[in-house]
Design a protein around this ligand. Structure first.
Ligand code: PHE
Length: 450
């Protein structure tokens, strides 16, 4: 019998667990910062609702109808046709993401341990606090070997949870820890918004300067939306194959997208007021490092710094784990279904090679590393390739497949949960899947190359 999630809450918690992760907390603020603030946010929100939700519902419908892994679903729905290659592309993209994501997941663990021991908050000689956190950051993240051990611990934790299987592993941990993450973010939002000068950050985040919108900004927003919602690589096909037949697809998609956006918005409201308040705009805090320097500044302003800081990095590590297990689950389910492997063997086949690839990714960030591709660090290259190229292409193909290849009747019966919800909303969603999402994704993708 195929494994299933056991309750409605479990479905939501596991899917939100996959969606909410480092994408929202680490990647989103970095993208906002680098792509001009509020203008990016606006495009991002449009991408989430106009393109993200239809793609998500396509994946859900395919997964629940096919009831198999990312490749098997396509084989079942269209036997003898090469459409399963879409699933394979997804698995490939998910694996690339898994390897660099594990590196950042390792940092969260490292920051948690350094918060507990108090090292993170020891001043570094000859620096002010901002300088001190930047120095710590390079020590923790950009050194050759220190981060590796945490990355390996993360991989081991993933292995342990994945071995536990769908219900006991994935569902149980998501149920407990996702609510805790929300609660902590609300508290930190309040603290950050009450910092002196916070309003400058709020303006940066919410007042769009339309002249900042360029094709690159738009493709970055699209990539971020797909990354954050875990779309385009079969994660949600795989998870939807664990949904019971009477689950509600539309409601789940809407709840997951809104909660995911909410976490991203809260992160913006934590980070940008702090950036302005501590005068960090001029530091060379780009992408990767923004969260790891700004947040300690916020915690430093609070009483019980160590407690807040440890708690936060703990929940961040958990948010990272609920996402990494979903990314790994795509390949695990594929190995299990396709090659009839035991779950244990499949987990090992997926996770052991990540040790090597994550090590390379992490090393590429060390000072003076020669691990570069196309003038980017290996880490940035893998991120760019998977997020801005493979995810849009994967999502596009899934929409085309769900909208045009499989019978309209089958899609409608999935979207309406077998006729239990009003059909005109579903007809509209199918319209988006067929006529809106594909041309929009193609246009955004192509214009980013011009
Ligand atoms: N959505 C996750 C996040 O925001 C990352 C992820 C990407 C998970 C792709 C699954 C698939 O962190």
């Amino acid at each position: 019998m195929k494994a299933k999630f056991s309750s409605k809450i479990g479905i939501i918690a596991a899917t939100v667990g996959s969606a909410v992760g480092l994408g929202n907390i680490w990647r989103f603020p970095a993208e906002v910062q680098e792509n001009g603030g509020a203008a990016f946010l606006l495009i991002y929100i449009l991408c989430v609702f106009l393109l993200g939700v239809p793609v998500m519902l396509s994946e859900f419908s395919l997964g629940r109808a096919g009831g198999a892994d990312a490749v098997g679903t396509f084989r079942k729905l269209t036997p003898g046709k090469p459409w399963w290659l879409i699933g394979l592309l997804g698995i490939l993209a998910s694996y690339i993401i898994l390897c660099f994501y594990m590196v950042v997941a390792g940092w969260t663990l490292e920051y948690m341990i350094q918060s507990i021991t108090g090292n993170l908050y020891q001043p570094v000689d000859g620096t002010d606090t901002a300088g001190s956190f930047t120095a710590r950051m390079s020590q923790y993240i950009q050194s050759e070997n220190t981060p590796l051990i945490y990355i390996y611990i993360m991989i081991a934790l993933n292995l342990a949870i994945l071995l536990g299987g769908v219900k006991k592993g994935i569902e149980r941990i998501s149920n407990i820890l996702m609510p805790m993450l929300f609660l902590l973010l609300v508290i930190f939002c309040c603290v950050s918004l009450s910092l002196p000068g916070a309003s400058g950050g709020v303006t940066f985040f919410f007042e769009p300067d339309f002249s900042k919108i360029t094709p690159t900004v738009i493709i970055n927003a699209l990539g971020q939306a797909f990354f954050s919602l875990s779309l385009g690589m079969g994660v949600l096909i795989t998870y939807a194959s664990y949904f019971p037949k009477d689950s509600r697809l539309g409601r789940t998609a809407f709840t997951v997208s809104v909660l995911d956006l909410l976490v991203a918005l809260m992160m913006g409201l934590i980070i940008f007021p702090a950036v302005v308040s501590f005068g960090l705009e001029n530091e060379s805090l780009r992408g990767l490092t923004l969260v790891f320097v700004t947040l300690p500044e916020v915690f430093n302003q609070m009483e019980f710094t160590t407690l807040w800081s440890s708690l936060f990095f703990l929940t961040l590590a958990v948010a990272a784990i609920t996402s990494t297990i979903s990314i790994a689950e795509v390949s695990v389910a594929f190995f299990q279904d396709r090659f009839r492997m035991s779950r244990a063997k499949a987990c090992l086949c997926v996770l052991l090679p990540t040790v090597l690839f994550s090590t390379l990714c992490s090393r590429s960030l060390a000072a003076g590393s020669s691990l570069t591709v196309a003038e980017m660090t290996l880490f940035d290259f893998m991120d760019m390739l998977a997020t801005n190229v493979m995810l849009p292409i994967g999502s596009l193909l899934m929409c085309i497949y769900a909208g045009w290849v499989i019978p309209r009747r089958l899609m409608l019966s999935q979207l309406t949960d077998n006729g239990t919800i009003r059909s005109h909303i579903c007809t509209f969603i199918l319209f988006c899947i067929r006529y809106i999402a594909p041309p929009a994704i193609i246009a955004i993708f192509v214009s980013s190359f011009l």
